[in-house]
Ligand binder design. Sequence first.
Ligand SMILES: [Zn+2]
Ligand SMILES: [Zn+2]
Length: 342
Amino acid sequence: MKAYTYLAPGHFSLAEKPRPTLQNERDAIVRVTLASICTSDLHIKNGAVPAARPGVTVGHEFVGVVEETGSALSIKRGQRVAVNVETYCGNCYFCRHGWVNNCSDEQGGWSLGCRIDGGQAEYARIPLADTNLVPIPDGVSDEAALFTGDLLSTGYWATDIAGIGEGDTVLLIGAGPTGYCTALCALLRRPARLIVCEKDPFRRAFFKAHFPQAEVVSPEEALPLLRSAGHGGADCVIEAAGSKESFRLAWEGARPNAVVVIVAMYEEAMTLPLPEMYGKNLTFKTGGVDGCRMDEIMAHIATGDLDATPLITHTFPLSEIDRAYALFEARADGVMKVAIRP
Ligand SMILES: [Zn+2]
Ligand SMILES: [Zn+2]
């Protein structure tokens, strides 16, 4: 089968590999029907993910059809499924608390498409599949289900730990694909105001077109608007942009005693100027998604409450995946997300 493979820093290639086989009673083999390209894949390509194993098939956000099942699984062959970015065991100390990003199983956390073969391929072996596959209901397309396991899980988790309540003012920094899915999840919680800050004019326009209820502003406009908000800033902040400036805005734009959730990945250390912040009494929550609520997310997709399909601006066959990466990497042609069809 064909599988897009990380060879060495700077090099991905569409390689011929044997079809994966069951190795464990909790394994499933999934025939991939649609996969996404994620910014994290670019981080692997750029050599910025030390855990990534050369030779691994990349891709960690995908949907498909169950082809083979280990003896411990109740899911049936032929079932359409979305795959979790984080394969977690469900039994360890961290999983029992819902902190599946830190699952202590050796295949736990983000391993698919990083430490073990992922889904930019014709087939993938999913370990611990009883906890990491969610059925796709009839009537939900592959496109609608595609972001369940990564982007929508991230937005769902971030808006949950931010504690967004009805009537809150929410500041979301970053209107890329993660911001888009986070906004969808935030709106489920009925905030009074959703203020979205983004420096890229194209992304601001894209966001405005899809979220007429949001106030979409540039970084220069954000602080004056937030200072005039109810209590001098946002009640909840979610930072999904990942620069020094966006990190500063995250705490500056928060009202005293607010919760600030850091979803973004930074390429350098960030500094909290504590003397300047003294008395603001903020709560920071940081880290990687605890992606264990795919069933709830899929239910929202099925009712139409979460629709991230407009994010898929381009689709390529697996045979043209090099071209798809080049487009995604260059942010050319108005691309937001690229889907790959094996
Ligand atoms: Zn990802
Ligand atoms: Zn675990």
